[in-house]
Design a protein around this ligand. Structure first.
Ligand SMILES: N=C(N)NCCC[C@H](NC(=O)[C@@H]1CCC/C1=C\[C@H](COP(=O)(O)O)NC(=O)[C@@H](N)Cc1ccccc1)C(N)=O
Length: 164
């Protein structure tokens, strides 16, 4: 069956989606019936990796503490560690990561107190005004592939990896 799918760019969110020209169906995720090669060959596939103008893409490893705005996570229903303890834990991860993005992804998946842990810490693309200021400033201050030092937001303490 010839695929009627094509990739389009959503103006509102500045991210790509999949549109079926026969059924007029729109979906955010790649249709499961398409192989990755078929997806890459779709009309508009160039949108799949484009960075929306003015946006960045980043991942993070978050360690929350008792003064976090929401001291709870998938890992721990009630987080009681102090901010100082959280920083020391994150310093330990930072030493293990040693600037290696693969190691970062592995530790973010295992230990980040953010729901993005299930996607190697990836937050997707975001523009200015979406994240808390210290996080935004860190992400925009990095080049793609670079990692921040430890930063602090109302959510906790983070290491940020800019990916695009
Ligand atoms: N993509 C967006 N625009 N999602 C909304 C971001 C809201 C923003 N969040 C932050 O600034 C911090 C830094 C990064 C994550 C984050 C906090 C928290 C964890 O802390 P907590 O809120 O329990 O204090 N994680 C989130 O929000 C997650 N939904 C981020 C995410 C997870 C999976 C996929 C995409 C995004 C804010 N303005 O508060």
């Amino acid at each position: 069956m010839s695929s009627a799918w094509e990739v389009r760019l959503s103006n509102s969110r500045g991210v790509p989606y999949f549109y079926n020209t026969e059924t007029q169906q729109s979906v955010w995720e790649a249709p499961s019936e398409l192989s990755s090669d078929q997806i890459k060959a779709l009309p508009g596939a160039e949108h799949l990796n484009a960075t929306p103008p003015g946006q960045v893409r980043a991942s993070h490893l978050l360690v929350k503490h008792k003064d976090s705005r929401r001291p709870s996570s998938w890992k721990e229903p009630t987080i009681t560690r102090t901010k100082e303890e959280a920083i020391n834990i994150l310093k330990g991860y930072q030493a293990q990561i040693g600037g290696d993005p693969k190691k970062f992804a592995e530790l973010a998946s295992k230990y980040s107190d953010c729901s993005s842990h299930s996607n190697n810490g990836d937050l997707g693309f975001f523009g200015r005004g979406q994240m808390q200021k210290p996080f935004e400033d860190a992400a925009y201050g990095l080049k793609p592939g670079e990692m921040s030092d430890i930063i602090s937001t109302d959510s906790g303490v983070h290491i940020v990896l800019r990916t695009a």
